[in-house]
Design a binder for this molecule. Structure first.
Ligand code: FRU
Length: 510
């Protein structure tokens, strides 16, 4: 038995081996493809990256995509010496999931990305599944002060945790000779996320337990030898909720006091079906994470396409996340070539107060301003003064219902309504949005997102690229991320019950 995931057989062209019933969900086992043998040290600095002009049909213009081939989760996110690193789950030799490796891209602003050679490929311990990176400033591991140390899951028959380090800011990596640093005989034990906990003077690692619905915390003083600290779980309905993946434990500020937030991706069982990202707010004492409430679930994003998101390490007071803008329900079938999948825009996370409780808000990181033009008034029903992507800002009066529609000359459209009484934004991602025929799970006629705010009006920020729409309330109390596949950009807007609609062009990043 190798790696278990939930997905339809059609989604990935991988062998379907077992089906285990759990309510309506089926557990599908798929096999990781054996590929590149290990060479111990990965010096890929000379490896060519295939060229692309990034203007194929459905190619995102303001979101990171690999030039070629399959991508899923963001990995190894760390800021170091002026560079934001974004590693990612990648198949270097195909446009389907498989042969899992870490692709790599770098940026000085989280907006413009330059793809780098593949950083880590499968070795004798298995595929290179998701993980993280930290900067070992004080040389606790002995690899050198300031070493960039990555942790990943070695996925084969069992899932074990391994590490590698780079002394040249991510150009070359050396795998640690003592891998795996956390051996295991568990089939579901993955996605290490590490941070330094000053008070207990140790590194802390969060690990997800998949279908065992839990997060383990492990501690280490030297990044190499680890001991289990504790385990967190929540009494959720196991048959309706999915496997737990990609955890991240964040120290945050809430009204001047410290609070901790545990992010967990779950698949399926997300708010729009399939993959979703939930979180718990609570406290961490260096050993245990305790949630204030196990009311479940709280969602980071109510759309279908923000999964496996984790935060960059080493960014000081800012908490910055990027997610995989896709959903395991249909990721393997999305109609793009020669690449598959994009990342979300980078998001800044804050704990705000709603209904007397902390709420994890996310808005697009301010670095987006670097590609933005001047705000202009929108003339409804006319082509907007935009090129490949844009941001809309509008005010919705909550004394009555409102609606707006983004559309193009071909009549393809994404329709939104604001149900004032219910305090919800509702998106129709149906066959009118463009190509939806590639997978039966893609069409979602009613994606519902609570606005999570009080007040007489709401300001919405809407980021539109050729193949995605990301909608936020101005303070980030609600996010709705959805990919779409219109033949051309929705470059017009109609609206009802909405005032003050402005638009600004967002320059393509390539
Ligand atoms: C989440 C995930 C992770 C795993 C990776 C494999 O999307 O299933 O749990 O490490 O993808 O590609």
């Amino acid at each position: 038995m190798k790696f278990l995931n939930i997905m339809t057989a059609a989604m990935l062209s991988l062998p379907l081996l077992t089906l285990t019933a759990c309510g309506d969900d089926s557990k599908v086992e798929y096999i990781t493809a054996p590929e590149t043998p290990s060479e111990g040290e990965d010096d890929n600095s000379q490896e060519p990256v295939a060229s692309s002009d990034y203007d194929e049909l459905y190619r995102p213009q303001i979101h990171f995509t690999p030039k070629r081939n399959w991508m899923n989760d963001p990995n190894g996110m760390v800021y170091n010496d002026g560079i934001y690193h974004l590693f990612f789950q990648h198949n270097p030799s195909g446009n389907d999931w498989g042969n899992m490796s870490w692709g790599h891209a770098t940026s000085s602003d989280m907006i413009h990305w330059e793809e780098q050679p593949v950083a880590l490929k499968r070795d004798e311990l298995g595929d290179i599944f998701s993980g993280c990176a930290v900067i070992d400033k004080d040389n606790t591991a002995g690899f050198g002060a300031g070493a960039l140390v990555v942790f990943y899951t070695s996925a084969d028959q069992y899932q074990q945790q391994s590490m590698a380090y780079s002394l040249d800011n991510g150009v070359t990596f050396t795998r640690y000779a003592g891998n795996p640093v956390i051996p295991s005989t568990l089939a579901d034990f993955r996605d290490p996320k590490v941070f330094y906990h000053q008070e207990s003077k140790q590194w802390v690692m969060a690990l997800a337990k998949g279908w065992n619905y839990g997060i383990d915390f492990w501690g280490s003083s030297d990044l190499k030898s680890w001991k289990k600290l504790s385990e967190f779980t929540s009494p959720i309905d196991r048959c309706n909720k999915g496997q737990w993946e990609c955890p991240d434990l964040l120290r945050m500020n809430f009204e001047g006091k410290e609070k901790w937030v545990l992010i967990v991706s779950v698949n399926p069982g997300g708010p729009a079906g399939g993959s979703g990202t939930m979180y718990f707010v609570g406290d961490f004492d260096g050993t245990n994470f305790t949630a204030d409430s196990l009311d479940y679930p709280l969602w980071l994003d109510y759309g279908p396409d923000n999964y496996a998101g984790v935060t960059w390490s080493n960014t000081g007071d800012r908490t910055l996340l990027i997610g995989w803008m896709n959903n395991w329900n249909y990721a393997g079938a999305t109609p793009t070539s020669p690449w598959r999948s994009a990342m979300t825009l980078p998001r800044e996370l804050k704990l705000i107060s709603y209904d007397g409780k902390p709420l994890l808000a996310n808005t697009v990181a301010k670095e987006i301003d670097g590609i933005a033009g001047e705000w202009k008034d929108v003339s409804l029903g006319n082509v907007m003064p935009v090129e490949k992507a844009y941001q809309l800002r509008m005010t919705v009066d909550l004394s009555k219902n409102g609606s707006f529609t983004l559309y193009n000359e071909a009549g393809e459209k994404a329709e939104f309504t604001v149900n004032a009484a219910a305090g919800k934004l509702i998106m129709k991602r149906n066959a009118s949005t463009g190509n939806t025929s590639f997978n039966g799970n893609f069409s979602l006629p009613s994606i519902q997102a609570p606005l999570n705010m009080e007040g007489a009006q709401v300001v919405l920020d809407i980021f539109v690229d050729g193949a995605s729409v990301e909608v936020f309330t101005e303070n980030g109390s609600m996010a709705l991320t959805a990919i779409v596949f219109p033949g051309s950009l929705y470059n017009m807007v109609s609206a009802d019950g909405i005032s003050d609609i402005k638009v600004r062009n967002l320059n393509r990043i390539w």
